[in-house]
Ligand binder design. Structure first.
Ligand code: ATP
Ligand code: MG
Length: 279
């Protein structure tokens, strides 16, 4: 495993993983990318904005926490910079990987946020006032585009779009349109860079290959990169059910581990690691 020991990236990126579909592997993708980046020696944090508490569960942590111990803290009117990061049950890889868990309490955040002045920028203001020194922050969000999605959009520098292999292709267009329209109405400058779409849970059969080609054509029509995708394997589910989500820990030799490599490479390029091409 190559590492980036002693190499400091030139910038921090805030990566938002967004899809308008549930149960397709958003959290799994975020955890795997984060873990892999940390294995390379980088400092990574994942911030879960979802009520379902998956990030905590997949990390072997309890999501049933009081608000100040979760991502809800970052939205508190009295937030003073105490980010409630936790280390997953498996410990840090080579660099560090921390998680700020979501869970039920995120529902109260969604209910409170609409009444706040500059509500879309509450998270952005927290990061600005209390800067984090992580190389990469990964924002995981729910399946629906809600008030917290605006917070993620407003603060993200980069976006990845996991795509289910059963989606109506119009779903991709409507998500892209939502991102464009809302980024413009929030007057984001620069607007987050869309690194690409990632077909998720890709089975090895002719139907899926044909569907992959259709997805890739829809994306490329709009000049958006289509990654080669993450294959389907029941081992992902076994790993997450055991609270040891990264396949890199659960089954390090599994062929699906390699599926993340092109995306990791794109992230290394995005954080401007010198000589990232050699990783
Ligand atoms: N490539 C894959 N192959 C098979 N199962 C997978 C794969 N990726 C994720 N899974 C499993 O699918 C389930 C849903 O994954 P995950 O929670 O990451 O999706 P999600 O999009 O974040 O869901 P939600 O919308 O509920 O937040 C989990 O049990 C996970 O282990
Ligand atoms: Mg999720």
């Amino acid at each position: 495993m190559p590492t980036l020991q002693g190499i400091k990236p030139e910038r921090q990126i805030i990566l938002w993983i967004v899809a308008n579909a549930g149960g397709i592997g958003k959290t799994t993708l975020g955890l795997h990318l984060g873990y892999r980046m940390a294995q390379l020696g980088l400092k990574v944090a994942m911030i879960d904005l979802d009520t379902n508490g998956s990030a905590a569960r997949f990390c072997g942590l309890d999501s049933n926490k009081s608000p100040e111990q979760t991502s809800a803290a970052l939205f508190d009117r009295n937030f003073g910079g105490q980010y409630p990061f936790q280390v997953p049950e498996w410990g840090h890889p080579n660099g560090s990987f921390e998680v700020c868990v979501g869970g039920d309490v995120m529902l109260s955040v969604s209910l409170d946020l609409p009444s706040r002045t500059g509500r879309e920028f509450v998270l952005k203001r927290a990061f600005k006032k209390y800067p984090l020194d992580h190389d990469i922050l990964i924002l995981d969000s729910p399946a629906s585009l809600d008030v917290l999605s605006y917070s993620a959009l407003a603060v993200a520098t980069h976006i990845l779009m996991p795509i289910p292999m059963s989606v109506k292709l119009t779903g991709i267009d409507s998500l892209l349109q939502w991102i464009r329209i809302e980024a413009e109405s929030l007057d984001l400058d620069p607007i987050p860079e869309l690194l690409g779409g990632i077909p998720m849970r890709v089975a090895n059969n002719a139907d899926q290959k044909a569907f992959y080609s259709e997805i890739s054509a829809v994306l490329e029509e709009q000049n958006i990169h289509c990654f080669s995708g993450i294959r389907y394997s029941s081992e992902f589910e076994n790993a997450s059910n055991r609270g040891r989500a990264p396949l890199f820990i659960h089954r390090p030799g599994h062929a699906a581990c390699k599926d993340f490599d092109p995306i990791v490479q794109a992230l290394c390029d995005a954080i401007q690691i010198p000589d990232a091409g050699k990783i």
